[in-house]
Write a protein that binds this ligand. Structure first.
Ligand SMILES: [Zn+2]
Length: 424
């Protein structure tokens, strides 16, 4: 009977292979996951405007010292079937794809990106490596695997007891890989979600990182047609470094939150899908009709993998500010390479963000331990003393009067660096 069933399916032209997904329309659950995160974390919501302002407007070029930063990656494979237990080669092919896409070395760049948009394209100067040391300092391939009794229930089981806990998210980019199925954490049916990521607002929290479906991860192995160039991870890591979708959070033209904060990605009122068959120049979803139309070939849109091939210079501003600010601790990770820095570099790497601010400041000190902070008013009066444990700790300044403040940072009794910030 079973055999007959297979034969009938084959005769009807259906494939019986698991990787033949339902008709895929790219969906990314990041906006939904972040909405849930903000609903549960009102303080993070209150701090969101300061951080977004910093990511978009800070001039990273004055502060960025290292050209290319290499990010250590750990991949947690959670599988229910043997086919979902993707190979090491498939995972490594994803790392290769990331290193091409984030360095603007992808071979399809000049064929997919129209000449008119090519000057906007940026090398994000981010590279990726599989972790070679685990959090205890022991050798590792950067890959761990576990058989799980059920497929992912979106957003709530990949890092819980049935999955794998994150490796220190301030030192590793955590990627969980598995098969999305069933219903999501809101009880909604699976909608074709290919992945999601946490934005830098969740930097360092226990679930920080991204989740990718096993049939759209990497460029070799059993992959879904159209989603086989590793661009789901490229897109999700874009979010991880602070990028929003091209259409912003609302997708409504001309409203607050309707933009991605990038002047060089023309505003649209929603995503472009593979099924839209966009051809340059396309104005189907642009807020304003222009000669070049929409930048639907940007990694932060929703087209299929073979239709996307670029990040922009304004997107690079956001990802670079993320590495100066909320994800600066990744600079301090030696999980896949030996770190060699001199004292000057260590002090130069220390930075206050967001700046200016209304709610809080953090001290990004990736290469030096800072555990004490003194804040002085412009008249030289000590107004606050704070002890910090982690790079991601936030110092509350929301009750400060507006003005300029000076910050002195210490490692134990040793003074390290003086900086200033503006309270709005
Ligand atoms: Zn997305």
């Amino acid at each position: 009977m079973r055999k007959l069933y297979f034969i009938l399916l084959a005769a009807a032209g259906f494939s019986v292979q698991a990787q033949q997904a339902p008709q895929i329309k790219r969906a990314c659950a990041t906006d939904r996951v972040m909405a849930n995160f903000f609903a549960k974390n009102p303080q993070a919501k209150a701090q969101e405007a300061d951080l977004r302002d910093f990511l978009i407007n800070n001039d990273y070029k004055a502060q960025k010292k290292k050209a290319v930063v290499t990010i250590p990656v750990v991949v947690h494979v959670l599988y229910k079937t043997a086919q979902q237990n993707i190979s090491d080669a498939q995972i490594l092919s994803q790392i290769t794809a990331l290193n091409e896409d984030f360095r603007k070395q992808n071979a399809d760049f000049s064929t997919v990106v129209p000449a008119a948009f090519q000057p906007n394209a940026a090398d994000l100067e981010l590279a990726f490596c599989m972790a070679t040391k685990d959090p205890n300092g022991n050798p590792t391939t950067g890959i761990e695997r576990k058989s799980v009794p059920q497929n992912f229930v979106l957003g709530n089981s990949y890092y819980t007891s049935s999955g794998f806990a994150a490796w220190d998210p301030t030192k590793y980019l955590n990627i969980w890989v598995g098969y999305f199925d069933g219903v999501d954490s809101n009880g909604d049916p699976w909608d074709g979600t290919l992945g999601f990521a946490y934005l830098p607002n969740a930097a360092g929290l226990s679930f920080d990182g991204l989740v990718i479906g096993c049939f759209n991860m990497g460029t070799v192995g059993s992959l879904w047609v159209g989603y086989d160039k590793g661009r789901t991870a490229t897109h999700e890591i874009g979010h991880y470094f602070g990028l929003n979708h091209i259409w912003g959070n609302t997708g409504v033209c001309g409203t607050t939150g309707g933009s991605d904060g990038c002047a060089d990605t023309p505003a649209t009122n929603g995503p472009y899908y593979e099924q839209d068959n966009p051809v340059f120049p396309d104005n189907q979803y642009t807020c304003t009709t222009t000669a070049n139309g929409a930048m639907f070939m940007n990694y932060m849109d929703y087209v299929a993998d073979y239709q996307m091939a670029m990040f922009t210079n304004d997107q690079k501003t956001i990802t670079s500010n993320t590495m100066i600010g909320p994800r600066a601790s990744l600079l301090n990770s030696n999980a896949c390479s030996l770190l060699s820095v001199n004292e000057t570099e260590k002090v130069e790497a220390i930075n206050i963000f967001p700046n200016p601010t209304t709610q809080y400041i953090s001290i990004a000190s990736p290469l030096t331990k800072i555990n004490e902070v003194e804040i002085f008013s412009s008249e030289g009066r000590l107004v606050k003393k704070a002890f910090i444990k982690n790079e991601t700790d936030k110092i509350d300044v929301k009750d400060f009067a507006t003005g300029v403040y000076y910050v002195r940072t210490y490692n134990g009794k040793d003074f390290v660096k003086s900086m200033k910030f503006i309270k709005k």
